[in-house]
Write a protein that binds this ligand. Structure first.
Ligand code: IPD
Ligand code: CA
Ligand code: CA
Ligand code: CA
Length: 263
């Protein structure tokens, strides 16, 4: 398989879907439904996912789909697309950036292509197996900051699963006082690619779904960063907890999260 060619086609699909999302946002009255407490979906999320799925089907007919809005729920034997049509729907509803189209291709259980298109700033982040990581055609790398004290740290707040709030609140206190600062952008896919290009040193969040993290986590690794779950294992796509950071702060950062949120 030519992963580079596939990645280029996925970038086109993500960009054209981003344009569609922008136009629809201006033209239409938002039809907002609630999937669970504070988990919103609009008719534009659904229409965007339909467009993405139709485009990807032509590209690789044998692949299955794991897609947030459930447009197509068929698993492929070898290849599966993992799709979030709009990551950051709450931002999108409120007319706020960032929000992003996130598409990953998984071969067996490993990612081989990842694309995150952040619509507001027109920034396409992408990588393929065997390639480097890119932002709009330029190679990107994680930051070289050496310690957590030199880091800008990103996180996200859970919508409904507040079961780990004690440790999470402690972690907010800790990073507020022991880093350059904490940010909550509202789009996990964007948080991850911002680690990949060095805007953030690190990111952590619990209760995320595979479509929030699959593409972004792959791009972080391809940009020289590291990704793990809160126990420093590799169950971060389906395991609902993720840590991503540059290489230099990875041990210090993941040890801190482990102490604060697991132990
Ligand atoms: C959400 C965003 C947000 C994160 C939420 C996700 P959605 O995705 O990634 O940053 O904090 O947990 O569900 O629902 O806007 O696609
Ligand atoms: Ca959602
Ligand atoms: Ca999402
Ligand atoms: Ca979404």
């Amino acid at each position: 398989m030519n992963y580079k060619n596939i990645c280029e086609s996925v970038c086109e699909i993500a960009r054209s879907t981003g344009l569609f999302i922008k136009e629809e946002r201006q033209n239409a009255i938002l039809n907002i439904e609630t999937k669970g407490s504070n988990d919103f979906v609009t008719h534009i999320d659904k229409a965007s996912e339909r467009r993405i799925v139709d485009g990807l089907k032509k590209l690789l007919p044998e692949a299955g789909f794991i897609a947030e809005e459930g447009t197509e729920d068929v698993r492929g034997d070898k290849f599966n697309w993992i799709i979030d049509p709009i990551d950051g729907t709450t931002n999108f509803i409120h007319g706020l950036s960032p929000y992003a189209v996130s598409i990953a291709l998984m071969e067996d259980d490993k990612m081989v292509v990842g694309v995150v298109y952040e619509v507001g700033l027109d920034e396409c982040f992408y990588s393929w197996k065997g390639g480097q990581a890119y932002l709009n055609g330029k190679v990107i790398e994680v930051s070289k900051a050496p310690t957590v004290a030199d880091s800008l740290v990103a996180t996200g707040f859970p919508y409904s699963n507040f079961s780990r709030m004690d440790g999470f609140k402690e972690s907010l206190d800790y990073f507020m006082m022991n880093s350059h600062g904490l940010r909550r952008l509202g789009s996990a896919a964007t948080d991850l690619v911002y680690v990949a290009c060095g805007r953030f040193e690190s990111f952590y969040e619990y209760d995320l779904k595979p479509w929030d993290v699959a593409a972004g986590a792959f791009i972080v690794e391809q940009a020289g960063g590291k990704v793990c779950d809160f126990s420093k294992g590799d169950n971060y796509i389906f395991g609902r907890e993720i840590i991503a950071s540059n290489k230099a702060t990875f041990d210090e950062f993941s040890n801190a999260i482990y102490k604060l949120m697991v132990k």
